[in-house]
Design a protein around this ligand. Structure first.
Ligand SMILES: [Zn+2]
Length: 80
């Protein structure tokens, strides 16, 4: 009979590993998504580049989009 007990323990350990990993995955899935105003891409807030502009936060997928946005903002400021 000890063989069955060892098998059950192994199944239990494997089950705990699978259950233990799944909450991390669901946390990423449920993470707040933000939109890049330049290219329109949605990405997790933790991966986005943050720029504070006029009291609110603007998020970007890359430095390229951030630079494009700041150049456009600068143009608008010069036109005023
Ligand atoms: Zn972008």
């Amino acid at each position: 009979m000890p063989g069955i007990i060892v098998t059950l323990i192994l199944i239990y350990i494997l089950w705990r590993l699978i259950v233990g990993f799944s909450p991390k995955v669901s946390d990423e899935v449920h993470e707040e998504l933000v939109q890049d105003p330049v290219c329109g891409l949605y990405l997790p807030k933790s991966e986005a580049l943050l720029v504070k502009k006029g009291g609110h936060e603007v998020h970007f997928c890359s430095d390229k989009c951030k630079d494009l946005f700041l150049i456009e903002e600068k143009k608008n400021d010069e036109n005023l």
